[in-house]
Ligand binder design. Structure first.
Ligand code: NDP
Ligand SMILES: CC(C)CCC[C@@H](C)[C@H]1CC=C2C3=C(CC[C@@]21C)[C@@]1(C)CC[C@H](O)C(C)(C)[C@@H]1CC3
Length: 352
């Protein structure tokens, strides 16, 4: 296994890719927010206007952000909580800190894997609470603003709020499962996760609700029911696949997974080859993508903007799947090849 610091294979296009993303991500976020508020809401092309510098700076907004983070940090530090044991980290034996001359890359991906002060784990804290709960609060504020503006929230706004509340509620309910994600085990805590968790998630994941406030979309009950069904199917696959793997990793003899077919690997860990994980190699991504579609559909089909999340998320998951594939190949070698032969499709059966 390559040590964390050796950087033999650089990801995200190396320092150049990281430098481009450092500029592109904040610019994209601002662009999307400006476009969502403009009449034509045109995703492609220049932003409708550029705000004055004073518009971008407000001591109250800064105070609000700091208070929000402070409140979340205080709740996180409450002594009455369950303490869960994490997965074995990539750098299980010892840490090494070579100086490698790639400051931009390191700034983007992070040098420290799990920075902590005492028991306060910055990455774990940021991954879930402030951004995800912030996303729900922004959605709720937009719903209330719509009620103020038009007398009551629209059905489309209710659906978007409900679906995304379910997603965030699910993440918080299954909080312990975050410990097995590549963000915690493999990625450092750099710009990507800090900006991703604290800014990108609350502000771009709430784009559909932002769009609906400025571009009301009439939605009839029959179509709303179909969209609910799509979200339910997505959630069923997402939750089923994640729970199956988590139960199996925790205890392979758990009666819920004991009957599933598996293959052994040289590491002693086994891989599921039936059930959800026998359908495609990333069934949880498939469910997540179906839900992403259901979150955009209430906004109609007149604009591309509400589908930004679906497009971004498809790219993110295709890239993430490729990264996970590399890591699994390194971990499991021949056994991973055997799994790929047995389950040839990555995310969408018979397509990809
Ligand atoms: N909304 C969002 O913005 C995002 C959401 N997500 C969601 O987060 C969730 C977690 O995703 P992610 O962290 O990428 O990874 P996964 O939960 O898909 O975990 C991948 C790991 O699972 C294990 N694994 C793979 N195949 C098998 C198998 N057949 N049997 C048993 N174990 C297997 C391997 O680790 P090992 O063998 O070491 O256990 C592999 O590294 C997903 O539902 C995804 O959709 C992810 C990114 C962004
Ligand atoms: C800014 C970049 C373009 C991308 C940054 C990526 C991050 C926003 C995402 C990387 C993995 C994530 C996960 C979730 C949220 C988005 C980020 C941080 C997650 C917490 C969402 C809720 C899910 O139930 C989950 C499985 C807990 C997710 C874990 C991965």
């Amino acid at each position: 296994m390559a040590p964390q610091g050796s950087r033999a294979e650089l990801e995200f296009g190396g320092p150049l890719g990281a430098a481009a993303l450092l500029l592109l991500l904040p610019a994209t976020m601002f662009h999307l927010l400006l476009v969502a508020r403009s009449g034509p809401a045109r995703l492609l092309g220049p932003p409708p206007y550029l705000p004055e510098l004073e518009e971008l700076w407000s001591p109250w907004a800064l105070l609000l952000c700091l208070t929000w983070l402070g409140l979340q940090a205080a709740l996180y530090l409450l002594p009455a909580r369950k303490v869960a044991e994490g997965q074995e980290l990539k750098d299980k034996s010892r840490l090494s800190y070579p100086i490698n001359g790639n400051p931009i890359y390191d700034f983007f991906l992070g040098r420290e894997l799990n920075p902590r002060i005492c028991s306060f784990d910055f990455k774990y804290f940021c991954e879930l609470r402030p951004g995800l709960i912030g996303w729900v609060l922004i959605n709720l504020a937009l719903l209330m603003q719509e009620a103020e503006l038009r007398g009551s929230p629209s059905l489309a706004m209710w659906l978007v709020n409900g679906f995304q509340l379910l997603y965030v509620g699910d993440a918080l309910w299954h909080e312990e499962a975050v410990l097995t994600t590549m963000d915690i085990i493999h990625d450092g805590f750099g710009f990507m996760l800090a900006f991703g968790d604290l800014a990108w998630v609350p502000f771009t994941y709430s784009l559909q609700a932002q769009f609906l406030l400025y571009h009301p979309e009439p939605l009839g009950l029959p179509l709303a029911s179909v969209i609910c069904l799509i979200n339910a199917v997505g959630y069923y696959i997402f939750r089923g696949a994640n729970s199956q793997k988590n139960a199996f990793r925790k205890n392979p003899s758990d009666p819920r997974v004991a009957d599933l077919e598996t293959i052994s690997t040289a590491t002693g860990r086994r891989l599921l080859v039936s059930g959800w994980w026998g359908m495609v190699r990333h069934p949880n991504y498939l469910g997540d993508l179906i839900m992403a579609l259901a979150w955009s559909l209430p906004c109609g089909v007149s604009h591309l903007l509400p589908y930004f999340y679906l497009l971004y998320f498809t790219a993110l998951l295709v890239h993430r799947e490729a990264r996970d594939e590399q890591q699994c190949l390194r971990k499991y070698g021949l056994a991973w090849h055997a799994y790929c032969r047995r389950v040839p499709y990555r995310i969408v059966p018979y397509i990809y």
